[in-house]
Write a protein that binds this ligand. Sequence first.
Ligand SMILES: [Zn+2]
Length: 461
Amino acid sequence: MSTPIDLLITRGVVLTLDPQRRIFADGAVAVQDGRILAVGQHADLEAQYAPRRTIDARGGVVQPGFIDCHVHLSQHLGRGTIPDLWPESREHEQWLPYWTQITQEEARSSALLACMEMVRNGTTCFCDNGGRFAGELNAEVIEEVGLRGILSEVCWDQPPHPSVAVGDTEACLRRLERLARAFPKRPEARVWAAVSMAGMGMCSDRLLVEGKALADELSAFMDMHQSFGPEDVARYREHANGKSAVAHLAGLDVLGPNLQLVHMVHTFPDEIPLLATSGTSVVHCPAASARMGMGVSRTGRVSELMRAGVNLALGSDSGNYSDFFDVGRQLYLTAVLHREARGEQPCISAEQVLEMATRNGARALGVEQWTGSLEPGKQADLVIHDYGRPEWRPGLDPVTSLVYSAQSTGVDTVIVSGRIILEDGRFPHLDEERLYYQIDQTARALHGRMGWIPQHRWPVL
Ligand SMILES: [Zn+2]
């Protein structure tokens, strides 16, 4: 007698990313009440269960959804406004007017666009470093799109840019606490809050220490940018009497498994053991560094961090750095960038980058018990790729195909907590054409008020 269940995904190449990293070449995943009930051979599960719905993966790879550990939902309407010949030092010329002009409704459009892009590219869980407006607004958008998302409201209490900052240390802490208490982390929650700091010398030691204490108290985590450019590193050394950033953070006692440092483009050898022994996660954003020529492949020491056992995850960052929210492209860059820069073979393998994009991301966000792999008891957060595409053939090794040749446009189905939020490459519950039109109109109105004029290098007729 077969057991009735909600959903059975059959005939897929199932990459479990479980502790043994098992791959079922003709596999299946059984889903009940939003959770994974079983993963195994297609023939075994089909004999065992009577599903109310079946999805035939038709030989496509079935994987745990990607986890994007660092994005800025609020900056997507500004995508495409920084010429690629600008140095990073001029970025504030774009984002300061953007942040002072953007309205709540425009920020909502930006978040919607960002969330839709993540789903379309196979992401099921992400962490937003926070934006200008109330996190409640982003919570609504995350629910509407159907993702699993961690929201926040980014804080800093030191110069520069006081015109768009939250305010003093007290104001920052009140804001962070309000949000963390409004959106607590719970096993079934799809939206909850983190404690986000701008980092990079823009936060006082008191804000970092008390923010981390808040994260500890509420079983949340704290995320912050760190060591992106050489100026950040120099400013930190001055602030910390010559110590490196990580050594200074260790002195403040804020390192730990519930801290994630984003970027670490400039990493020094003495920082690596501090990160490894404390369990602090590093979120690698290769496109954000490469787009601006910041140097992560030269100074990021990513392979050394990996060898030392530091938990490394991946992030897309923002609309004007990487320009895309696509973990599949981030993991390809991670696999090839460091190998090319170092001339080392092997350097970072396809299997390792896939771990960064799934299991490690879940660990960095403190949710490895719920998501990040396809195992019984975990949330059914998964992606099915379309095998009916040339880039997947001849399909001799699913991991190398996924990392090196697959394209995110081949993502066919995305499921979060057992709910199908992308099907045949379309959003079944969203009117895409209408939303894209509205997003274009909203962005044009915003940039019109900013007085921004496109700087085309070729004639646009
Ligand atoms: Zn960022």
